[in-house]
Every structure is written in structure tokens, then in C-alpha cells.
Design a protein around this ligand. Structure first.
Ligand SMILES: [Zn+2]
Length: 311
């Protein structure tokens, strides 16, 4: 009894001592605002306890059509660093930049990542005529987050940016980044082992929109995006007929619906062609709840692809 009391007292004492010592010298945490759910995850991975992350774009949001509200603009005023995906995903960055105050930095993370031009993405297509060209806006595929290597590049970008904004914590950011980079390397090796279960001629991803170009490039898949780059634009009956033809000719085993994209058209194609209507993929990095982080969403995607395409 006495011992327990003593331990409790000591615990309280050391806790208050710790707090007392830390409080006067502890610098205010770096405040980082994020414009993509996966950047929220990455900022937390790299920042750890040393940053306060302010998620402007919540998990589950349609990242192609998000636009900041006046309230979001007020929230952004509290950030030291604002992280955007870049690669033309956010068409409001000019306006946002104009509203920043001195000392705030806007960082387009995608700028430091090699771009997949849409013309190159087209080379990954099973049938380049699938997906009307009019659905493609801009010349660059914005979905850089669908690649483990790109996420590793982004990790290094964040570690450098955080260190520059908050030099005393640079060693902590480097340590967090190193641990996460190792985790990503293991994730990529695991994905390669999983995909080796799929016969090479079956490594084709039929999805609603052209969202997996970086993924296809990294892991050796061909793409069949039924609705082109922008899933919002409804496909015409000619698009549907062309997609059904492509699915038949390519002899794919499955079509994959995507989180946040109306699955009606893909379901129709699946029923017309008799291929499997597979589990939903998270292509825009906007998974919710347990699938909000990059590693969780990526693992989920790999599992769904292998489940549908491996014999
Ligand atoms: Zn997308």
C-alpha cells in the first residue's frame, strides 16, 4: 500500500517536473495545413508530435472538385506551411497564394515528383481510344500518390520542408522520415510478391477513370479507364459500346469500381460482358476511416486487385 502510494507520488512528481521543465522552452509546434487527405497522413508520419496538422480536405472528399470555403481560408491563416498535391489538381492555388500572409509558405509537393504526361499515360492504355480525349484536362496526370516511390519522394520533400521551417526539430523529422521510408520499401516489396500471383497477361486494370497511371507504370499493369481522366463527365452510349468492346477484346477478368465514383456504368459493363465486378479501389487517396492512410489504402488496393485477377 505504502509502496503504491510512493510510486504514484513519484509518478505525479516526475510528470509535473517534466511539464514544468518543458513548458518554458518548448517551441510552438509547426502548424501544417494539408489540401489532400494523403498529405494529412504524410505530414503526421513525418511531423510526429512536432507538428500540428490541420486537415483542410477531409478523408472521403472528392479531391478533383474540392474548393476552399471562406471558413477554410480562415483556417489556413493559422498555418505556417500549406501542403498542396500540385500537378494541376488544385485549380484554386493562385487564389490561395494571394491570400497568404508574410511568413506562410505554400508547397506543391507534386512539383518535386516526376510527372507522367497524359500522352505517356496513354501508352499504358490497353486501347488508347477508350476514354474520350475531351475528358482529359491539362497535360499531366495528377494522381502521383498512386505510387510507393512517389510517396517516398514526397516523404523526403516534407522532411526537408519541415526542417527548413523548424530547424531545431530537423533531427526528429529526419528520423520519422527514415522510419516511414523503410516501411514504404517493405510495402513495395510485399506488393511485388503479391502481384507475381497474377499471370502477366491478366495485369490489366479496368477502372472508371484514368487514375492509376503511376501505379501501372510502377507495377507493370495496362489500363482501361472507361470514363477517361474525369469521372464526373457522363459517358455517352458510344463510350459505353467502345468500353464493352475493349473489355471483351482484352479478356480481363474484372472491372474495378472506385471509391467516390458512381459505379453504375462499370456495373453495366460487367453485366454486359460477364466479367467480375470487383471490390472498390481507392484511387484518389480519399479513403475513409481505417483506409484513410496511404499504407492502408494501398494495401487494400493490392489485395482487391490480387483477389480479382489472380487465378
Ligand atoms: Zn482522380
Amino acid at each position: 500500500m505504502k509502496l503504491r502510494f510512493l510510486l504514484r507520488t513519484l509518478g505525479t512528481l516526475s510528470l509535473s517536473l517534466g511539464m514544468g521543465l518543458a513548458a518554458p522552452s518548448a517551441p510552438a509546434a509547426l502548424r501544417v495545413a494539408t489540401l489532400h487527405p494523403l498529405l494529412t497522413d504524410l505530414a503526421q508520419q513525418v511531423g510526429g508530435a512536432q507538428v500540428t496538422v490541420l486537415a483542410i480536405v477531409a478523408p472521403g472528399t472528392d479531391v478533383h472538385h474540392f474548393s476552399p470555403s471562406p471558413q477554410n481560408m480562415q483556417q489556413l491563416a493559422g498555418a505556417d506551411l500549406v501542403l498542396a498535391s500540385g500537378k494541376q489538381l488544385e485549380n484554386y492555388l493562385g487564389k490561395l497564394q494571394d491570400n497568404l500572409r508574410a511568413g506562410q509558405t505554400l508547397l506543391e509537393v507534386g512539383k518535386s515528383i516526376p510527372s507522367l504526361e497524359l500522352s505517356e499515360a496513354a501508352a499504358l492504355l490497353e486501347a488508347p481510344e477508350t476514354g474520350p480525349a475531351g475528358h482529359r484536362h491539362g497535360g499531366v496526370d495528377p494522381h502521383w500518390w498512386n505510387s510507393v516511390e512517389n510517396m517516398q519522394r514526397a516523404t523526403r520533400v516534407l522532411a526537408a520542408a519541415f526542417a527548413q521551417a523548424d530547424p531545431p526539430q530537423a533531427p526528429a523529422y529526419q528520423a520519422h522520415a527514415a522510419a516511414y521510408l523503410k516501411q514504404l520499401t517493405e510495402l513495395k516489396s510485399w506488393a511485388r510478391r503479391e502481384f507475381s500471383k497474377i499471370p502477366p497477361e491478366q495485369r490489366k486494370l479496368a477502372t472508371a477513370h484514368l487514375s492509376l497511371g503511376y501505379f501501372a507504370q510502377e507495377f507493370g499493369f495496362r489500363l482501361i479507364p472507361v470514363q477517361g481522366l474525369n469521372p464526373e463527365i457522363p459517358a455517352t452510349s458510344q463510350d459505353l459500346a467502345a468500353a464493352v468492346d475493349t473489355i471483351r477484346q482484352s479478356k480481363v477478368r474484372a472491372v474495378f469500381p472506385e471509391q467516390g465514383v458512381n459505379p453504375k456504368l462499370l456495373a453495366k459493363i460487367a453485366s454486359e460482358t460477364g466479367v467480375t465486378f470487383a471490390g472498390q479501389l481507392i484511387a484518389d487517396g480519399n479513403g475513409t476511416a481505417a483506409l484513410a492512410s496511404f499504407t492502408a489504402a494501398f494495401t487494400h488496393n493490392v489485395q482487391e486487385i490480387v483477389r480479382a485477377l489472380a487465378p
